[in-house]
Design a protein around this ligand. Structure first.
Ligand SMILES: Nc1ncnc2c1ncn2[C@@H]1O[C@H](COP(=O)(O)OP(=O)(O)OP(=O)(O)O)[C@@H](O)[C@H]1O
Ligand SMILES: [Mg+2]
Length: 375
């Protein structure tokens, strides 16, 4: 056991010395348009600029169809951009063929060769580049150890669990020592427990290798938990890039505020009148706005609503749900037809029909038309 540890340590030492000197990835005004036969144009990626720091794991997060995969395939070179540039470090790779870019790509459906063993699958990219067999074998074994499948080398993919198959796919992507690792929803075929386990594995592998990694997902929790920073995307446009907690606590606009958070943020209409934020029932919640009078959206995360005698949002409890450590209450506010959710501590009993007052220490206010955040 002790020996094995040592070997792995030596291997990872070697790896750090020989290969993954991390590289920055920069996208400059990247645009990709698709046009169909009748001439209708879809802008899948729209003037997208982002700098991905060397050695970091970035989560690319957004709803279905927002352009995540397209962005990844542009970086991989599988698609040509309509406009804009891609840099790996100082090198402009925009027109470089995919095989020259030094990328490792992992898809959602693993795409392993079913008739080959794990070993053959991992070695395949090396045979393609005509590496001597002994060397290829050693490298494949090293990668397999890294992803903790070193003892499964002689199995076929159908003799592996989903999580193990995904690790083979990752080992295969890493074996050519790519400069950049691209993962397109690599966990979506796994069940909940395996998802959690495998995402922790991916994080560990990324840390050990120091390889610049872009991880595409539409699952906010996955992105939040695994990423150094997340890039939130919508309709081909970059919305915000920051550390996960910062994006959650300081969303730049209404879209980001609504996209992150589970249970989701409460949104309701209110008005700015003479610099005051006024609810539909006439209550003033906060003052000090400099914007002109207008209708706005207020965003309140369920955990920001605090029950307090002095609170200025009055609500009637409609439903009490116990969710483990916390209690969630759903409440009606006068003048509003949708319920708001609040997560409250378990230290007192709440009852349906009860009137409570909420204090909002923290709230967001958004322009109703543009979604821009005022506060
Ligand atoms: N080859 C193509 N031809 C035409 N339109 C395409 C093509 N590939 C993607 N699109 C369109 O571009 C947009 C972005 O697609 P993309 O696959 O990048 O989204 P995504 O964010 O990866 O979504 P998902 O989460 O569902 O995988 C979509 O509107 C899609 O229909
Ligand atoms: Mg996709």
């Amino acid at each position: 056991m002790e020996k094995k540890k040592e070997e792995i340590f030596e291997n990872s030492d070697e790896r750090q010395r020989t290969v993954h000197h991390s590289i920055e990835v920069r996208l400059e005004n990247l645009t990709k348009e698709f046009s169909n036969k009748s001439g209708k144009v879809t802008v899948a990626v729209n003037d997208f600029s982002v700098t991905i720091p060397a050695g970091k794991l970035i989560g690319l997060l957004g709803p279905s169809g927002c352009g995540k995969s397209t962005t990844l395939y542009l970086i991989a070179g599988l698609l040509k951009p309509t406009a804009g540039s891609i840099y790996f470090g100082d090198e402009d790779v925009t027109n470089m063929p995919p095989e020259k870019r030094g990328i490792g790509l992992v898809f959602q459906n693993y795409a392993l060769y079913p008739h080959m063993t794990v070993k053959q699958n991992i070695m395949f990219p090396l045979e393609n580049m005509k590496m001597p067999r002994e060397e290829a074998l050693a490298l494949a074994q090293e990668m397999a150890e890294l992803v903790h499948i070193g003892d499964l080398m002689d199995r076929k993919p159908n003799q592996l669990s989903g999580g193990q198959q995904q690790r083979v796919a990752i080992a295969r992507a890493l074996v050519k020592r790519p400069r950049v690792l691209l993962l397109d929803e690599p966990l979506s075929n796994l069940d909940a427990r395996l998802r959690l386990q495998t995402r922790e594995e991916i994080r560990r592998i990324q840390r050990e290798t120091g390889i610049t990694t872009i991880f595409v997902t539409h699952d906010q929790e996955e992105a939040m938990s695994i990423s150094d920073e997340i890039v939130v995307m919508n309709l081909g446009l970059k919305q915000q890039m920051d550390r996960p907690q910062a994006v959650y606590e300081e969303p730049i606009n209404l879209f980001v505020a609504k996209f992150l958070g589970n249970p989701p943020i409460n949104i309701f209409e209110a008005n700015l009148v003479g610099g005051k934020l006024v609810m539909k029932d006439g209550e003033v919640i906060v003052e000090g706005f400099t914007q002109e009078d207008q209708e706005v959206y207020v965003g309140l995360r369920p955990e920001y609503l605090r029950v307090s005698e002095k609170g200025n949002i009055t609500a009637r409890i409609d439903l009490v749900e116990h969710i483990g450590r916390d209690t969630m209450i759903l409440c009606e506010i006068e003048g509003y037809d949708h319920l708001i959710r609040a997560i409250v501590p378990n230290d007192r009993i709440f009852e349906t029909g009860e009137i409570v007052k909420f204090d909002c220490t923290k709230l967001f206010v958004f322009n109703a038309e543009t979604g821009e955040r005022y506060r």
